[in-house]
Ligand binder design. Structure first.
Ligand code: HEC
Length: 337
C-alpha cells in the first residue's frame, strides 16, 4: 500500500514537473527573453553595424565596444561554447563539436568579426530546453590575416563557413537568461551577402607568426587593441607566454589543444596563444598540479618528466601573475580607452 501511494505521488510529481518546465517556455519567460534579445540586437546593430568587410576602423570600434562592458559580454555564460552547426542536421548540441571560450576571448577576438543588421528571431527549442535566437549578421572577411584569432583558413571549409555566415545563433538558458552556446551559420537569407569571397594563401602550420616588420601576430591574441596601449604589463605577456608555450610543447599540450583539433575533442580547449592561455590559466595550473593533464590517446594521465612538470608550473605561475596584474591594471584605470 505504502509503495502504491509512493508510486501515485511520483506520478503526480512527474506531471507537476512537466507543467513547470512547459510553463517556462511560454508567457512571462518568452516575453522576458524576447525583450532581452531585442535589446541585444539593437545594441549590436549600433556598435557593430554593417560596414565594408575590410574596414579596420569599423572593426576596431566594434571590438573595443564589445570587449569592454558590452551587453553581449554581460549576457554570456562563464564559458561560451562556440562553433558551427553539426554537419548532420537535427543532432543535439551535446553531440556537436564546439570550442570552449571565455567571454573575454570571444568578445575580444571572435564576436567583433561579425557585423549586425539588427534583425532577430527567438523560439523555444523543446529538445535542448533552451531558447534559440538568430541574429542577422555578416562576416568581416577582408581584414589583415593577423586580425583573426588564428588562421581560420587552416581549413578551407572552415574559412568558407565563416565568410558565408549570414546568421549568429545564440542558445539562451531560460532560467538565467545567459547565452551558453553560439554558432555561426548560413541560413540562406535573401540579399544578405555583404562580402565578396576572399581567397587566403595556404596555411603554413603556424598559429602565431612574425610579420616582416617584426610584429608578432595575431595581434589581438597578444591583447593588442583589447587592453589599453599603455598597460604596463602588455609587453611582458608575450615573453612570459613564450616560456610557458615551450613547456607546453614539451608537455604535449599542442597535440590536442590547438584549433585544428587533431584529437577530435567534442569540447575543445585552446591554449595556442597568450589570450587563449590567459583565459584558461587557472584551470591549466590546476590540471597540471593534480596530474589531470597531460593525458594520452586514451585520456589516461600521461607521465611527463619532473623537469617538464616543474617548468609548466613555474612558467605558468609567472604568466598567471602577469595576466592577473594586467587585468587588475585595466580594472582600476580611469579615463577614456
Ligand atoms: C591527448 C590529448 C590531450 C593532451 C596531450 C592534453 N590534453 Fe588537456 N584536455 C584534453 C581533453 C580531452 C580535455 C577535456 C577533459 C574533460 O573535460 O574531461 C582536456 C582538458 C584540459 C583543460 C580544461 C580542464 C578543465 O578544468 O576542464 C585544460 C586547462 C587542459 N586540458 C590543459 C592541458 C595542458 C596544460 C596540457 C599539457 C601539459 C594538456 N592539457 C594536454 C586532452 C588533452
Amino acid at each position: 500500500m505504502a509503495l502504491r501511494t509512493a508510486g501515485v505521488l511520483a506520478g503526480w510529481c512527474a506531471v507537476l514537473l512537466a507543467c513547470g518546465v512547459g510553463a517556462q517556455s511560454t508567457g512571462g519567460s518568452q516575453a522576458r527573453i524576447e525583450a532581452g534579445v531585442e535589446q541585444l540586437a539593437s545594441e549590436l546593430a549600433a556598435i557593430c553595424p554593417l560596414a565594408n568587410p575590410g574596414d579596420q576602423a569599423a572593426f576596431d570600434d566594434c571590438r573595443r565596444a564589445l570587449f569592454h562592458d558590452s551587453l553581449l559580454r554581460r549576457r554570456l555564460s562563464t564559458i561560451l561554447l562556440w562553433g558551427r552547426p553539426n554537419p548532420k542536421p537535427g543532432e543535439p548540441l551535446k553531440d556537436t563539436t564546439l570550442t570552449q571560450l571565455a567571454p573575454e576571448v570571444w568578445t575580444g577576438l571572435y564576436a567583433p568579426l561579425f557585423m549586425f543588421d539588427g534583425t532577430w528571431t527567438v523560439e523555444y527549442h523543446e529538445g535542448e530546453r533552451l531558447y534559440r535566437t538568430r541574429l542577422g549578421a555578416g562576416f568581416r572577411n577582408a581584414l589583415a590575416p593577423g586580425q583573426y584569432p588564428y588562421p581560420f583558413w587552416h581549413s578551407a571549409r572552415k574559412w568558407d563557413d565563416y565568410q558565408n555566415a549570414d546568421t549568429l545563433v545564440f542558445w539562451i538558458n531560460p532560467g538565467s537568461g545567459s547565452i551558453v552556446v553560439g554558432q555561426f551559420t548560413n541560413e540562406g537569407r535573401e540579399n544578405a551577402r555583404i562580402n565578396l569571397p576572399v581567397t587566403r594563401p595556404p596555411f603554413d602550420g603556424r598559429w602565431m607568426w612574425t610579420d616582416p616588420d617584426g610584429t608578432m601576430q595575431p595581434q589581438p591574441a597578444l591583447f593588442q587593441g583589447l587592453f589599453a596601449a599603455d598597460n604596463p604589463y602588455l609587453a611582458q605577456l608575450e615573453p612570459c607566454y613564450r616560456d610557458l608555450a615551450n613547456a607546453m610543447r614539451k608537455g604535449h599540450c599542442n597535440d590536442c589543444h590547438v584549433p585544428d583539433n587533431p584529437k577530435r575533442m567534442n569540447r575543445l580547449v585552446l591554449l595556442q596563444t597568450p589570450a587563449n592561455a590567459a583565459s584558461e590559466i587557472k584551470r591549466l595550473m590546476n590540471a597540471v598540479r593534480k596530474n589531470d593533464m597531460p593525458v594520452d590517446e586514451t585520456l589516461l594521465p600521461l607521465e611527463i618528466d619532473a623537469e617538464t612538470k616543474a617548468a609548466l608550473l613555474q612558467y605558468g605561475a609567472v604568466f598567471e601573475a602577469v595576466v592577473d596584474a594586467a587585468r587588475e591594471w585595466e580594472r582600476t584605470r580611469s579615463g577614456p580607452r
